[in-house]
Design a protein around this ligand. Structure first.
Ligand code: HEM
Length: 220
């Protein structure tokens, strides 16, 4: 099979897996918006349940592998496309050929990578790797991740960072989901507008869902 197609399959599959992770992750993080007492107990108990489940550990390793594969193969495809575009055209109406998001997936990906690095340093590195200040325990003996989020989203700079970076993520998801369906062959001329609508709806829910949590917690 053509190596570019294999690369596109890998980016498509891992991208869809990451979209499923985002749905689960958003659902879990919406717990933060419950009344404080309930939110704290439920959020920390949920995180403790995940941390103690061997099956979830395997899924977590699949997640880390998917992020790495997605980034590496997306970079390889971008580099290949750039080399191919070394041939310049007398007239290149790129605005007519493809959308802004499709031409800037790499740039959008860099914003998301920046978000993920900062985000993992905020939560995951402390809670899972034990790097930096240790995470306090709540009244039930679970790691108090709620208080970590509460403290972080008391800082307006972090609120702005978390909320604004959901915009490039939304663009990336909108174009990415459409492309993943196409790369994996879920493509039909008459079905295009359905895929377009599903991808748009997904991107909007993720952008607003994740973006609004820090704002609401700031004013809570
Ligand atoms: C309001 C927004 C968000 C909050 C409050 C939040 C919260 C958290 C917390 C508390 C953890 C650590 C879980 C643990 O160690 O048990 C975590 C892990 C993680 N988050 Fe988020 N998250 C948010 C948005 C996002 C977004 C938008 C992405 C992706 C673009 C993301 C990707 C990840 C990843 C990859 C992990 C590591 C997963 C694992 O090891 O299980 N998060 N997040």
């Amino acid at each position: 099979m053509n190596s570019l197609i294999v690369k596109k399959y890998i980016v498509g599959f891992t991208g869809l897996f990451l979209c499923i992770f985002l749905i689960v992750h958003l659902s879990a993080n919406l717990i933060l918006l419950l009344p404080e007492e309930l939110a704290s107990e439920t959020y920390n108990a949920y995180a403790a349940f995940l941390a103690g489940n061997p099956l979830i550990k395997i899924v977590a390793y699949l997640l880390y592998a998917s992020i790495l594969l997605h980034v590496v193969y997306a970079v390889l495809i971008t580099l290949k496309n750039k080399t191919a575009k070394g041939i310049t055209y007398a007239v290149n109406r790129s605005d007519e050929n493809s959308s802004w998001a499709s031409q800037n997936m790499g740039l959008l990906g860099v914003f998301i990578l920046l978000f993920i690095v900062v985000h993992l340093a905020n939560f995951w590195a402390r809670a899972k790797l034990g790097i930096g200040e240790s995470v306090p325990l709540d009244d039930y003996g679970n790691k108090d991740l709620y208080s970590l989020a509460d403290l972080l989203f008391n800082n307006p700079y972090y609120v702005a960072f978390y909320t604004l970076l959901m915009i490039p993520m939304g663009y990336h998801l909108f174009h990415g989901l459409k492309s993943a369906f196409k790369s994996l062959g879920v493509y039909h001329r008459s079905g295009l507008s359905v895929l377009q609508k599903v991808s748009l709806l997904f991107a909007i829910i993720m952008t607003i869902g994740f973006g609004i949590i820090p704002i609401i917690m700031y004013f809570k």
